[in-house]
Design a binder for this molecule. Structure first.
Ligand code: PEP
Ligand code: MG
Length: 910
């Protein structure tokens, strides 16, 4: 595009045609491109022109100057506008006024600047009064121009940073208030023309006094001042911060739209409004919007007056007494409905529009694809599909996978949320909303919940001993930890609302208080969590129930028809497995055996595990393993049974051993007694288990290599459970997975055990075979690099991208809270790599692992079971590099199904 447009920096629109088009957003910005498109469609748009984003880029690359010839181009474009609008810019008899607005490629609402009524000055004011016969209107427009211009151009764009409350806009507003007081009126609209005229004089005086410069009294000076200010606002503090959050590149730049003004404030037959072609909250196929008679656009948005409903459908409790546009101006409303229909037919999507009616004549000021809730997105997609407006693929692309969250969990009412200030912000670890009384210990959570209370468990961080309390709580909030911290993993697994790493919280478990931002909350005080956004609120915010929607199932069916990858779940209990199947999981991609040692019913197996860990000899260890065996087998069997022949990837034990050593004196004594040793000996053995770096210590396959009897016990449990189920006619498909492998020798070592046990179980149960696979996790960089060798033994790979990210970055999973937030703030990292797979680093290793693995074993089955398996952009990457499946926590299964379908639409694969 750049080539053939080089040098053409100004694009005209209006009078039934335009030089631009909707698909030129990169060059013209969203607003400019859509204004051009509407003009081409013959929809009434006030004439104007767009100065391209290339000029913005040039402006910043050339010390804030413009390319050669821009002035001439602007003059030419202005002349065209003058012809169409039959008025002249700066002309004393028949003046044309223009607006100057920003317009980036993707919308950045409220982040950049706008100046309206440009062209009003002492030369043009009398002419406009004579032309309109409405001096009050003209002085009011002039007053607004001075306010906006001095604020945007003379203060902000000039880099002046006034003290709080002393900005020029606020100082001018105070003059306005004083004038109203003097006149004894309460609304701006009650001031007379003379009042406003006097006010503009004192405004100009004030501008000179505060900013040390005159408000420009020349139309062209105002125009170029406005253009410069819009380009300047691209690098304003707000805009830069917004781009960071939304991931918009700095070098996109903004366009500038100069457009003739039309006025909705010229009397009773004038009006302004905003509308959505369908209801953006519910998705209903109803024209929906608001309007204000005799007003300018900013009045609708500012919320000073209650806007009128657009039609019957938009009436509600607050506005039902006000006349709708349909009632007040039936003809114009009819015209607007016609435009609404044309825009939808043309764009094949819901549009968010702005319009102005000047003395009975309708003008369109903007159209863009409208933002919508998850529910609305779903309903619109399904409606438009059945209306024939879009096809199946387009329908599937209409929901962002993250929006599904909203359909699966109760959520905080977004409208109500706007009126509240968050107490703290953390990482959005578990989705949806939760509201409850705060408690500070897991035991309190359990007790209060048993009394029927809704509680939010507040902890500095959680550990396995908190699990019961976490289960009992409606929400979990921690001060430390990242997206793969214990609390986050557990909460997400349950689909429970959870915020982790809210560093601003000062949590004091002793006094049972939490302080933040000058507020102190005590045990029993109510908080509301928005787990989808990571926001913590003091007090009660309304939650909306995510209702069961049959259309959801239908929609997911469309996605399933398209996708190429299977979706499995990470589940550790039969309950989770059942939930996941109800969400459409096609197998288990990660069954973490050690989870049976947490939570309800875990006492006995946990005690046996502790004995095993603290055993002093192989004999002691074997005795403990014998005790443990029935629990392990029972657990595996129950889950295999629920999955009914679907693949179940069972990972051998990968526990951080020290975590399982009891800390309480009572527990220690009991354990010592059971092992027949004294307290001192127990302490000594516990001390031996201590590691300086447990994440890279004696874990995963290393445990099985040094203590083969541990692997043996687990493998036997798997095969025996499978054999017992087969015997009663239940289908099974276990996949044995070895964790933390870095070299094929480790895998071979364990395979020897597996083969021996397999034969033994087959013989003992009289079976010829038990269907199964033998494979490995790929979570160490060395495993990726030597994947061709590993695939000689492994029949499948499952990428453990939690550890792979940890070891590729050298970032400890549990300690990123200390520095990653700052990396994100300062743009050193675009996103948290533990949430979104890092394609440039970790992703390259993943791809290498798959490619090398498949050179040895072309039919190698490949999946992912790290947390990334439920994150849409990571799922897309897994599709691109050719994985067979992704696996994620149960509540994320629908998200992964949709993300996989969208990936196939965008990057089709055979
Ligand atoms: C991983 O490392 O990605 C993984 C799934 O294993 P865990 O989170 O249990 O270490
Ligand atoms: Mg791991």
């Amino acid at each position: 595009m750049t080539n053939h447009t080089a040098g053409k920096h100004v694009y005209s629109f209006g009078g039934g045609s335009a030089e631009g088009r909707a698909d030129m957003k990169e060059l013209l910005g969203g607003k400019g491109a859509n204004l051009a498109e509407m003009a081409n469609l013959g929809i009434p748009v006030p004439a104007g022109f767009t100065i391209t984003t290339e000029v913005c880029t040039y402006y910043y690359e050339h010390d804030k100057s413009y390319p050669d010839g821009l002035q001439t181009r602007v003059d030419e474009a202005l002349r065209r506008v003058e012809e169409i609008m039959e008025a002249r810019f700066g002309d004393p008899d028949n003046p044309l006024l223009v607006s100057v607005r920003s317009g980036a490629r993707s919308s950045m609402p409220g982040m950049m600047e706008t100046v309206l009524n440009v062209g009003l000055c002492s030369r043009t004011i009398p002419g406009l009064i004579a032309k309109t016969g409405n001096p009050r209107f003209v002085w009011d427009a002039y007053r607004r121009l001075i306010t906006m211009y001095s604020d945007v151009v003379m203060e902000k764009a000039a880099g002046i940073e006034p003290e709080e409350g002393e900005g020029i806009r606020q100082q001018l507003d105070r003059l306005l208030e004083a004038k109203k007081k003097e006149r004894g009126v309460s609304f701006d609209s009650e001031l007379a023309a003379e009042d406003l005229e006097e006010l503009t004089a004192s405004y100009r005086q004030k501008v000179r006094e505060v900013l040390g410069a005159d408000f420009p009294d020349d139309a062209r000076d105002q125009l170029w001042g406005g253009i410069g200010a819009v380009f300047g606002s691209w690098n304003g503090r707000r805009a830069v911060a917004y781009r960071r959050i939304e991931g918009i590149p700095d070098d996109w730049g903004t366009a500038v739209n100069v457009q003739s003004m039309v006025f909705g404030n010229m009397g009773a037959s004038s009006a302004t409004g905003v509308a959505f072609t369908r209801n953006p909250a519910t998705g209903e196929n109803q024209f929906y919007g608001e309007w204000l008679p005799n007003a300018q656009g900013e009045d609708v948005v500012a919320g000073i007056r209650t806007p009128n409903p657009l039609n019957e459908e938009a009436k509600n409790e607050q506005n039902h007494h006000l006349p709708s546009l349909q009632e007040a101006m039936g003809d114009v409303y009819g015209e607007l409905v016609d435009i609404r229909n044309r825009l939808e037919q043309h764009y094949h999507d819901m549009q968010d529009i702005e319009f102005t009616i000047q003395e009975g004549r309708l003008w369109m000021l903007q159209t863009r694809t409208g933002k919508r809730t998850g529910t609305a997105a779903l309903n619109m997609a399904m409606d438009m599909l059945s209306e024939g407006l879009i096809d199946q693929r387009q329908a599937v692309l209409r929901l962002k996978p993250a929006q599904l969250d909203e359909l699966l969990h109760p959520i905080v009412d977004a409208e109500a949320e706007e009126g509240f200030e968050a107490l703290a912000k953390g990482l959005p670890a578990g989705p949806g909303g939760a509201r409850g009384q705060i408690v500070f210990t897991a035991a309190d959570a359990v007790r209060w919940a048993a009394e029927g209370k809704q509680v939010v468990l507040v902890r500095e961080e959680t550990n396995p001993e908190d699990v019961e309390g976490m289960r009992a709580a409606v929400g979990i909030l921690t001060g430390r930890g990242g997206m793969t911290s214990h609390a986050a993993l557990v909460a997400r697994g349950w689909g429970k609302c959870c915020i982790v790493g809210a560093g601003a919280l000062d949590i004091d478990v002793k006094s049972k208080t939490v302080r933040a931002d000058g507020t102190t909350l005590r045990e029993g005080d109510v908080v509301t969590l928005n787990g989808t956004r990571g926001l913590v609120y003091a007090g009660e915010l309304p939650l909306i129930d995510a209702t069961e929607n049959p259309r959801f199932q239908e929609f997911m069916g469309l996605a399933d028809d398209i996708r190429a990858m299977a979706v499995r779940t990470n589940a550790d209990t039969p309950d989770d497995a059942r939930t996941a199947r109800s969400f459409g999981a096609q197998g288990i991609g990660l069954f973490r055996t050690e989870h049976m040692f947490y939570g309800a019913g875990s006492e006995e197996p946990l005690f046996a595990l502790r004995k095993m860990i603290m055993a002093g000899s192989e004999e002691e260890r074997r005795a403990a393993l014998d005790e443990l065996f029935p629990f392990v087998k029972r657990d595996i069997k129950a889950t295999l049974e629920v999955m009914d022949g679907l693949p179940v990837t069972i990972r051998l034990l990968d526990p951080p051993l020290h975590e399982f050593v009891p800390q309480d004196p009572e527990g220690r004594t009991r354990l010592a007694d059971a092992l027949g040793i004294d307290g001192a000996e127990l302490d000594r053995r516990a001390e031996e288990l201590h590691e300086s770096n447990p994440m890279m210590g004696h874990r995963g396959v290393r445990l099985g290599v040094t203590f083969p009897e541990i692997s043996e016990m687990q493998i036997r449990a798997i095969f025996e459970a499978a054999a017992e189920l087969l015997k009663v006619g239940t289908k099974v498909f276990p996949e044995i997975m070895i964790p933390v492998v870095g070299q094929v020798s480790e895998l071979d070592d364990q395979l020897a055990i597996a083969k021996r046990v397999y034969r033994e179980v087959c013989d003992a149960t009289g079976r010829n075979e038990i269907p199964h696979l033998y494979g490995t996790m790929i979570e160490i960089p060395r495993a990726c690099i030597t994947a061709d060798e590993i695939a000689d033994t492994a029949q499948f790979f499952s990428f453990g991208t939690n550890d792979l990210t940890q070891m590729t970055f050298g970032f400890s999973r549990d300690d990123i809270g200390g520095f990653v937030p700052e990396y994100l703030d300062r743009g050193l990292l675009p996103v948290d790599p533990f949430q979104v797979l890092d394609r440039d680093g970790v992703g390259v290793l993943v791809k290498m692992g798959i490619d090398k693995g498949r050179t040895t074993r072309p039919d190698l089955k490949v999946g992912i079971c790290g947390e990334h398996g439920g994150e849409p952009s990571s799922v897309e990457y897994c599709h691109i590099v050719g994985m067979d499946y992704v696996s994620c926590s149960p509540y994320r299964v629908p998200i992964a199904r949709l993300a996989a379908a969208q990936a196939q639409i965008r990057f089709p694969r055979e």
